[in-house]
Design a protein around this ligand. Structure first.
Ligand code: ATP
Ligand code: MG
Length: 297
């Protein structure tokens, strides 16, 4: 399958080596106290899909994200957790330049998708947002049929050359999203007529249909009941085989169930990153510990 990356202009900006920014184990305190705001743990991986260095985000004068450096590993699920207002959604939106749509918002630092500097002036955000797709908190199907919700992206990105190819993309995407058996006999009906959990899977199918490499999910289950949540969580585990997923969640059990790495944010700082198992059993930063034990947030 040809990657959507082929249609993006590759940037000439040098790939960040991390020199001078790598947080060596030896320089890190065994236990970090609240005043320490240098990320502790393991923010970097050997084979990153996305590489973020020194990312700062401002809304006007408000400094919402401070000096965040982190990698997103290939085919991993990275969970981002932290108290309300700490900047999880803001940082997530940096990963596909969704913040470009906010007038007051300014982003500095570098973010690479593989070797593409996504903030390079030559990058067209339309294919970028297909490559790095997004699923929002509230399911937001288009006011179109189930079929057209999924077919829309492939059509505008020219990913299907005939009606039968489009039919195949729609069927394959709905199958991957675990929705096909529930909707195959009513593809012409409005997407908005589905249940909340079905709508969310429809939005996931819509994201998948344009062959993304990374899928960003901002609290994708918070509007769903426990059964629909379980369905989406199982789906995340299956999608991981093919995609890289970054998920913001308020639900720590969910982070523990679906992710391999977890990043803890606090008031705009990335406090700690590590394997999900370690973060939940042996956090190294006091602020992480306070949050996961329910003393904060
Ligand atoms: N469009 C905006 N304009 C101005 N400030 C904003 C905007 N969006 C977010 N902020 C501010 O940036 C900070 C981070 O917000 P963000 O929505 O990223 O937090 P969050 O961690 O996702 O919170 P929640 O868990 O409640 O969703 C907050 O102080 C918020 O008020
Ligand atoms: Mg948010």
């Amino acid at each position: 399958m040809e990657s959507m990356g082929a249609v993006l202009n590759r940037s000439e900006v040098p790939f960040p080596t991390g020199d001078g920014q790598v947080l060596e184990e030896t320089r890190q305190p065994e236990r970090a106290e609240p005043e320490n705001r240098v990320t502790v743990g393991e923010p970097f991986v050997d084979d990153p899909r996305m590489t973020c260095r020194d990312v700062n985000v401002y809304y006007g004068d408000k400094h919402a994200i401070r000096n965040v450096s982190i990698d997103v590993g290939r085919n991993e699920v990275l969970a981002m957790i932290g108290p309300s207002g700490c900047g999880k959604s803001t940082f997530l939106r940096c990963l596909n330049r969704m913040n470009d749509t906010v007038d007051t918002c300014r982003v500095s630092g570098v973010i690479f998708l593989d070797r593409l500097n996504i903030y390079d002036k030559s990058v067209d955000v339309v294919p970028l947002r297909a490559q790095v797709g997004m699923v929002f908190q509230k399911p937001n199907p288009f006011p179109k049929s189930i079929y057209d919700n999924v077919a829309y992206g492939p059509k505008i990105h020219g990913l299907a050359s005939s009606r039968s190819e489009l039919d195949e993309v729609v069927e394959r995407s709905l199958k991957k999203a675990g929705l096909w058996s529930e909707v195959s006999d009513r593809l012409d009906q409005p997407g908005t007529g589905l249940s909340g959990g079905q709508q969310q899977r429809l939005c996931i199918a819509r994201a998948i249909a344009v062959r993304p490499e990374v899928i960003l999910m901002d609290e994708p289950c918070s509007a769903l009941d426990p059964i629909a949540t379980a369905t989406v969580e199982n789906l995340i585990a299956e999608l991981q085989e093919q995609y890289t997923i970054v998920i913001v969640t308020h639900n720590m059990q969910q982070a523990a169930r679906v992710s391999q790495r977890t990043a803890y944010f606090h008031l705009g700082d990335l406090i700690e990153v590590g394997s999900t198992d370690r973060i939940f059993t042996n956090p190294r930063h006091r602020l992480t510990e306070d949050y996961i034990t329910g003393r904060f947030g």
